[in-house]
Design a protein around this ligand. Structure first.
Ligand SMILES: Cc1cc2nc3c(=O)[nH]c(=O)nc-3n(C[C@H](O)[C@H](O)[C@H](O)COP(=O)(O)O)c2cc1C
Length: 368
């Protein structure tokens, strides 16, 4: 079940991954989850158009560690976490938060013909680095893959699962599952950049339009080296149990590694996902927001206490993105981490009233 996973020559120390989550999977969060056991983590989805227009926020979304670090002291911040609505609970029908990503640069330089070999791994901790992009224009997507911002990343994942109306209306995200010909052009263009390219899909648009198997074969044929299948149709958003059968059918239909996603909250869920799908790996999203130590449970490690984790995340978030962002983001993280504990509502109220990272740290020491 648990094992190192090779993806086109890139070796991940294990096959339990942190999913891309807009508004949440910034560098300090990814670093923390990898420290707790995640074998690979993804940046939140980044707009290829944003990269084209050299949007500064987008560059920050792709921050991946001290090397080449960007200053954020003057209020240069990530898209405000205030823009992200409350997290949808496990079985809700809530919609995705809107990532206000910008974007950045092109500069189609000479592109290698095949991805560079990667020995051992690097980046956050010792893991390879993975970014996720979205877009529907093959040229812009290729340009993004060739951009200097994505150069450090070992794997570029293309988002073909996002159900948000403002993304789908542009023909991006999950809209591409309704237009396999366009999707194929997008994947092929990205692959031409020489980067390793993976695709994250859903089981389809609706029960009547469940095309994951055919679509996955197309993705593989176009050059994708890994597929993640979120086991729900677009119209379900996050609701309901994952569709194990369709994920299993995708796994049986393609030769590249298949990662199963959806509804993994604990070790029991993970085992069921592996057993029912035969997938090569699993990907965890919401459970990590409420309980990042879920990766310890899933990978058989002892979970460290919450307080030092939170304080480290707080200081890293402030260091990388500045105090304003850290205050807003870490208030929300405190609410996630404390959910379900006695006096959670009171703790949330106090964290949300905090006006500095110092105040937040003091509260954490009292309440965590
Ligand atoms: C707040 C939030 C933001 C998300 N942002 C992205 C994203 O940027 N890209 C993506 O492919 N999926 C995104 N997703 C979907 C997750 O990656 C994942 O597919 C989904 O939540 C199902 O996994 P889970 O049941 O473990 O939560 C997001 C989900 C949530 C809850």
């Amino acid at each position: 079940m648990l094992h190192a996973l090779e993806i086109a020559g890139m070796v991940c120390p294990n096959n339990v991954f942190l999913a891309p989550m807009a508004g949440y999977t910034n560098y300090p969060f990814r670093k923390m989850c990898e420290g707790l056991g995640a074998g690979l983590s993804f940046t939140e989805m980044v707009s290829a158009k944003g990269l084209h227009y050299r949007n500064e926020d987008t560059k920050l979304l792709l921050y991946h560690g001290p090397e080449g670090e960007r200053s954020s002291e003057n209020g240069a911040t990530l898209p405000s976490p205030e823009d992200s609505p409350t997290l949808p609970p496990p079985e809700s029908n809530a919609t995705l938060p809107s990532p206000e990503n910008g974007a950045t640069l092109p500069s189609p330089e000479d592109s290698p013909t095949s991805p560079p070999p990667l020995e051992g791994g690097r980046g956050v901790g010792v893991r390879p680095l993975a970014a996720q992009i979205f877009g529907a224009d093959p040229d812009v997507m290729r340009e993004a893959c060739e951009s200097e911002e994505l150069a450090p990343f070992d794997l570029i994942d293309i988002n073909m699962g996002c159900p948000m109306p403002k993304i789908v209306r542009n023909g991006e995200g999950n809209a591409l599952m309704e237009d396999p010909a366009q999707a194929e052009k997008v994947i092929a263009a990205c692959v031409k950049s020489g980067k390793r390219v993976s695709v994250k899909i859903r089981t389809g648009v609706s029960e009547e339009k469940k095309n994951a198997v055919e679509f996955a074969k197309m993705c593989e044929g176009a050059g994708a080296c890994m597929l993640t299948v979120h086991g729900r149709t677009r119209d379900k958003i996050y609701a309901g149990p994952p569709d194990f059968e369709t994920i299993a059918a995708v796994k049986a239909a393609v030769g590249v590694p298949v990662i199963a996603n959806g509804g993994v909250w604990n070790d029991k869920d993970m085992r069921k996902m592996f057993e029912r799908t035969g997938a090569d790996g699993i990907m965890v999203a919401r459970a990590a927001l409420y309980r990042p130590t879920v990766f310890c449970e899933l990978t058989g490690r002892e979970a460290p206490p919450l307080l030092p984790l939170y304080l480290e995340q707080l200081s890293e978030t402030e260091r990388v993105y500045g105090e304003r962002f850290a205050i807003v983001y870490m208030r929300k993280m405190a609410a996630f981490y404390l959910k379900g504990t006695p006096r959670a509502a009171e703790a949330k109220r106090r964290f949300f009233a905090a006006q500095s990272t110092e105040e937040i740290a003091t509260l954490a020491k009292e309440l965590m």
